[in-house]
Design a protein around this ligand. Structure first.
Ligand SMILES: NC(=O)C1=CN([C@@H]2O[C@H](COP(=O)(O)OP(=O)(O)OC[C@H]3O[C@@H](n4cnc5c(N)ncnc54)[C@H](O)[C@@H]3O)[C@@H](O)[C@H]2O)C=CC1
Ligand SMILES: C[C@]12CCC(=O)C=C1CC[C@@H]1[C@@H]2[C@@H](O)C[C@@]2(C)[C@H]1CC[C@]2(O)C(=O)C=O
Length: 255
């Protein structure tokens, strides 16, 4: 299905990113796994086989992302798809009245820096390389897929930083799609609900059970493969552009 296709996946060493790398390779694609040097990215790429390579990347660094693009060119000669999965979760109330402590400003800045600025940094750099592709019969050169969260719309208590970072990803989806439309590069954002990944598994199992029960149907955490299936569908469907797609079993998170 994806023979000849080359993708970059940030946050590709874990969770949603890793499942996406697995599916793209299974469908005949080749993948550059980008993740922090401290991540298991190198082992992940080995497990994925010869159609994968790992490049240590902090998505907030211009130089790191440029290195990843250089490796993509050297190893696979082109880039068709970028999937932005790198992200961090944070939780802090705006003011802790028991401790007389305001929200930690550094935590707010870090969350925005990785989730929003990091995603933007990758988009602005991959666009140049995807734009070099010859257009297909439909005039398309490639696709950029971002990961927001339903917290962009129904942010919970303690989620001001995380929700703001993801709302930023939602907000820039349409204008960037418009910026890149003439080059035939599509931009689509997925807003996942609750997925069973290491990010979620920091929570104790009883808390996870409670979260699962809050999902109308199916009342369970999403499987990362289900996220990857949506990535596959976005790649295949050229009409999808400038949109944010919720993938959440119709969950609307409570305060
Ligand atoms: N798991 C869930 O329920 C949901 C996750 N999301 C979002 O999906 C994305 C993927 O999350 P998961 O797979 O669940 O988490 P995860 O924690 O399993 O994977 C995230 C990956 O991003 C990498 N990463 C973190 N900071 C980075 C940086 N500065 N540069 C490069 N890589 C970095 C981590 O090393 C990790 O491998 C995140 O953006 C997250 O906010 C959104 C909604 C729900
Ligand atoms: C805030 C949540 C839920 C309540 C809890 O006990 C612990 C949490 C920390 C991780 C959060 C939880 C929830 O808000 C959903 C998100 C924001 C989760 C991190 C990723 C998350 O699954 C998401 O982005 C959902 O859309």
């Amino acid at each position: 299905m994806f023979k000849g296709l080359v993708g970059i996946i940030t946050g590709g060493a874990s969770g949603l990113g890793r499942a996406t790398a697995e599916l793209l390779i299974k469908q005949g694609g080749r993948v550059i796994v980008c993740d922090l040097p401290t991540s298991p990215g190198s082992d992940t790429a080995k497990q994925l086989g010869e159609n994968a390579a790992f490049v240590p990347v902090d998505v907030t660094s211009e130089q790191d992302v440029k290195n990843a693009l250089q490796t993509t060119m050297d190893k696979f000669g082109r880039l068709d798809v970028a999937v932005n999965c790198a992200g961090i979760a944070s939780a802090c109330r705006i003011y802790n009245f028991k401790k007389n402590q305001p929200f930690d400003l550094k935590l707010f800045q870090k969350t925005i820096e990785v989730n929003l600025v990091g995603t933007f940094n990758v988009i602005r750099l991959v666009a140049g390389m995807i734009g070099k592709n010859a257009p297909d019969a439909d005039g398309q050169r490639g696709v950029i897929i971002n990961t927001a969260s339903i917290a962009a719309f129904d942010g919970q208590i303690g989620q001001a930083a995380y929700s703001a970072s993801k709302a930023g990803v939602v907000g820039m989806t349409l204008p960037i799609a418009r910026d890149l439309a003439k080059q035939g590069i599509r931009v689509v954002t997925i807003a996942p609900g609750l997925f069973r990944t290491p990010m979620m598994q920091q929570l104790p199992e009883p808390a996870i059970k409670e979260l699962e029960a809050s999902v109308p149907f199916p009342s369970r955490l999403g499987n990362p493969h289900e996220y990857a299936l949506l990535v596959q569908s976005i790649i295949q469907n050229t009409m999808l552009n400038g949109e944010v797609i919720r993938l959440d079993g119709s969950l609307r998170m409570q305060p």
